[in-house]
Design a protein around this ligand. Structure first.
Ligand code: ADP
Ligand code: ASP
Ligand code: MG
Length: 413
């Protein structure tokens, strides 16, 4: 058996008791897996609490300082887990991103991993220690601390798995695996045995926070096999891997919602070349990721352009747009954070038609208005009012028969 990566999320290390349980699990696993690298998230809601704390100081916190603050959560949990292991007689060592040398870009709060050194970890493994790495954090070339975006410990785990050529990257979390929908919203959601990287990537980027989308992107790129499973039992979870032959038979693999988006509309933008380029270049230069974009039909030589950003970027995006509209002569902006994105995902969509119209009809039958639509080869997303998100997810899960394993019936070709 080669190196195994085990990542434990916030709930899994949420209390001293939980940390001791995790330590026992690791010690048991070490009998069969001698080389274990553990990645931990911050305990419970620590990251949310730290963000709130910063907001008590300022509504627009400096992003470098924010990362300095947020990285402390993972430093606590990795030290505590290492303490637990050592106290139980298992040699262990905790390491920060700086000690491992996880080099990232300097895009604070959403840094990208550029390089991972394996030297220190391999040295500690050779000394028979369990290596416990603080997730979510990185270090720039100038030795500034960064973080990898919410849920970023998943990406730390996959990056280490890729660099160390680990046999498997196990993501231990508070659900039994990846389900057809968030099991907290849809009671009859079904656990998937396998899911293709591509589907998982779309589900994750559409809001299924069970894996951070960047981690799936990286796993696909480097062929890292991920096993998403529960830290509370020993049941097999979901394997995220390359697409296999019969996956296309299944039309829709999952439905998800994302409450973390906000919409901005720029009113009366001149209908001439270069306007969209100005708006979106300005945002990307300030490291604001834009998700959906819709431009209305031209009327009186002007258009309205709507787009969505993450809620945490909304204030900064509004600030930037308020300056820009004066330069480009647009009439004003409207921002709305009372929205949600619902999406259906499945590789089978490539070879079947009628799925989009069915999705729109299901939403219409519930009286849910669609604000924006975007499609990719294997995903359809709609922006709707936030308070309809759960109802929409349940209705779509029902309508596409996702609780049943064979949900192809009416679309069989
Ligand atoms: P961790 O702290 O272990 O990283 P997260 O809270 O980030 O855990 O992710 C796990 C949560 O993801 C689950 O508790 C579940 O509510 C949610 N979730 C959303 N969509 C799905 C899905 N399709 N399958 C499984 N879990 C999902
Ligand atoms: N603690 C960070 C977060 O809450 C990273 C993680 O849990 O993966 O987003
Ligand atoms: Mg997570």
């Amino acid at each position: 058996m080669g190196i195994v990566i085990k990542k434990y999320g916030g709930t899994s290390v949420g209390s001293p008791e939980r940390i001791k349980k995790v330590a026992q699990q690791i010690i048991k696993a070490k009998e069969k897996e001698p080389e274990i690298v553990v990645v931990v998230s911050a305990m419970g809601d620590t990251t949310d609490d730290l963000i709130e704390l910063a907001h008590e100081i300022t509504q627009l916190p400096d992003e470098r300082e924010m990362d300095m603050l947020l990285s402390t959560g993972e430093q606590i949990s990795c030290a505590l887990l290492s303490l637990a292991l050592i106290s139980m007689g298992c040699p262990a060592v905790s390491l920060t991103a700086q000690q491992v040398e996880i080099l990232t870009t300097d895009t604070y709060t959403k840094a990208k991993i550029q390089k991972v050194s394996t030297k220190r970890i391999l040295k500690e493994l050779k000394a028979n220690k369990v290596v416990v790495v603080a997730g979510f954090q990185g270090i720039t070339e100038d030795q500034n601390i960064t973080t990898l975006g919410r849920g970023g410990s998943d990406t730390t785990a996959v990056a280490l798995a890729a660099a160390l050529e680990a046999d498997i990257c196990e993501i231990f979390t508070d659900v039994d695996g990846v389900y057809t929908a968030d099991p907290r919203i849809v009671k009859d959601a079904r656990k998937l045995e396998l899911i293709a990287y591509e589907e998982m990537l779309e589900l994750a980027s559409a809001g299924a926070k069970v894996l951070q989308s960047r981690s799936v992107e990286m796993a696909k790129k480097f062929g890292v096999k991920i096993h998403v499973r529960s830290s509370f039992n020993n049941l097999p979870g979901t394997i995220v891997c390359e697409e296999v032959a019969d996956m296309e038979d299944i039309l829709v693999s999952g439905v998800t919602s994302n409450l973390d988006e906000a919409k901005i509309t720029v009113l009366d933008v001149s209908d001439k070349p270069g306007m969209a380029a100005r708006i979106f270049t300005e945002l990307s230069e300030k490291n604001i990721n834009v998700d959906m974009i819709v431009q209305s039909a031209s009327e009186n030589a002007t258009n309205d352009i709507s787009f969505t950003v993450t809620k945490s970027d909304l204030l900064r995006a509004v600030q930037i747009m308020n300056v820009l509209i004066k330069e480009i002569g647009a009439r004003g902006i409207i921002s709305d954070d009372n929205v949600a994105k619902v999406s259906i995902v499945g590789v089978g969509m490539r070879s079947h038609c009628g799925i989009a119209s069915k999705m729109f009809s299901v939403l219409a039958s519930k009286g849910i208005n669609i604000d924006m639509i975007s499609t990719s080869e294997i995903k359809i997303s709609c922006i709707i009012k936030r308070n309809y998100a759960e109802e929409a997810v349940r209705a779509l899960h029902d309508a596409f028969d996702l609780a049943k394993k064979d949900n192809r019936s009416e679309f069989r070709v």
